[in-house]
Design a protein. Structure first.
Length: 248
C-alpha cells in the first residue's frame, strides 16, 4: 500500500455542516447503500471536490472509507490533493499491471484511503466496463464501510453510466446557475435509462447570505427553491458546497 500526505483546505463551519448533512442523508438512504458514484452534467461543477470532502467526512465519522478516482480522462485529484509521489493508479490495475493493494494509498486522515486515476489510457470506457473493474470493486466492498467513486461528467461521455453498474446509487452535482434545468434533467434521464439508481442531487456553490441565520437560509433554499425545481423530479436531495472556485 502506498502512503501519502494530503493537501487539504480548511472548510468553514457552514461547509462542514453541509457535508455532514450530505453524509447523513446517504446513510439514511438504506443499509444496502455502500458504494456511491458522483457525476455532473458538465466539467467544473465541483463533483471532485464534493466527492473528496464527503469521503473525508465519512472517515472522520469513523467509517473505513475509500475514495476511487474513476475519472480516467481528466482527473484533478492528483494535482489538487496529493503531496509526494504516487507510483500506481486505477488504470494500472485495470490493465493488469499491478494488484489491488498496489494502487490504494493510505493517507494522514484516519480511516481514509484513496485510489488515484493513474495515467490516461486510450480506452477508458472499455477498462471501466471490464472484468478487472468488477474485481476491483468487489475487493473494495469487502474491505471498506463506504466507497465514493468520482466519475467523468455524464453529459460528455458514458463512463459514469458504466461505473454505476458496480455502485448502489449515484448523485448528480449541479453548480448553481451553471446549467439549465432541462440539461440537468436530461443528464439524470440518461443515467436512469442506463439503470442507475439516483439517490439525489447536490446543488453546489450556492451564494449564502453571510448576515443571515444559517439554518433558516439553508432550510428555505432547499425546502422551497431546490425542492420545487429539482426534488420534484429527482427525488432526494442533499447539501451544498459553498465554494466559489471552479472545480471538476
Amino acid at each position: 500500500m502506498q502512503e501519502l500526505s494530503l493537501k487539504q483546505k480548511k472548510l468553514d463551519f457552514r461547509t462542514q455542516e453541509a457535508f455532514k448533512t450530505l453524509r447523513t442523508n446517504i446513510e439514511f438512504s438504506g443499509s444496502d447503500v455502500k458504494t456511491v458514484f458522483f457525476t455532473s452534467t458538465t466539467p467544473d461543477e465541483g463533483k471532485s471536490t464534493v466527492s473528496f470532502e464527503l469521503a473525508v467526512s465519512f472517515a472522520q465519522a469513523g467509517k473505513k472509507t475509500l475514495l476511487v478516482d474513476a475519472d480516467l480522462r481528466k482527473s484533478v485529484m492528483k494535482s489538487r490533493y496529493k503531496k509526494g509521489r504516487v507510483q500506481f493508479g486505477l488504470s494500472h490495475f485495470l490493465i493488469g499491471r499491478v494488484q489491488f493493494e498496489d494502487v490504494v494509498c493510505s493517507t494522514d486522515v484516519p480511516n481514509f484511503h484513496l485510489v488515484f486515476a493513474g495515467p490516461v489510457p486510450p480506452n477508458p470506457s472499455e477498462l471501466l466496463g471490464s472484468e478487472r473493474f468488477v474485481r476491483f470493486m468487489d475487493q473494495a466492498k469487502e474491505l471498506y464501510d463506504i466507497i465514493i467513486v468520482d466519475t467523468p461528467p455524464v453529459g460528455s461521455v458514458i463512463d459514469a453510466a458504466i461505473v454505476s453498474k458496480q455502485c448502489d446509487g449515484g448523485i448528480l452535482v449541479v453548480k448553481s446557475g451553471n446549467i439549465s434545468y432541462r440539461f440537468a434533467r436530461k443528464s439524470l434521464e440518461q443515467l436512469e435509462v442506463a439503470g442507475c439508481k439516483i439517490l439525489g442531487c447536490v446543488l453546489n456553490e450556492v451564494a449564502l447570505n453571510s448576515k443571515g441565520y444559517y439554518g433558516k437560509y439553508y432550510g428555505r433554499y432547499y425546502g422551497r427553491y431546490y425542492g420545487k425545481y429539482y426534488g420534484k423530479y429527482y427525488g432526494s436531495y442533499y447539501g451544498n458546497y459553498g465554494n466559489n472556485e471552479e472545480e471538476e
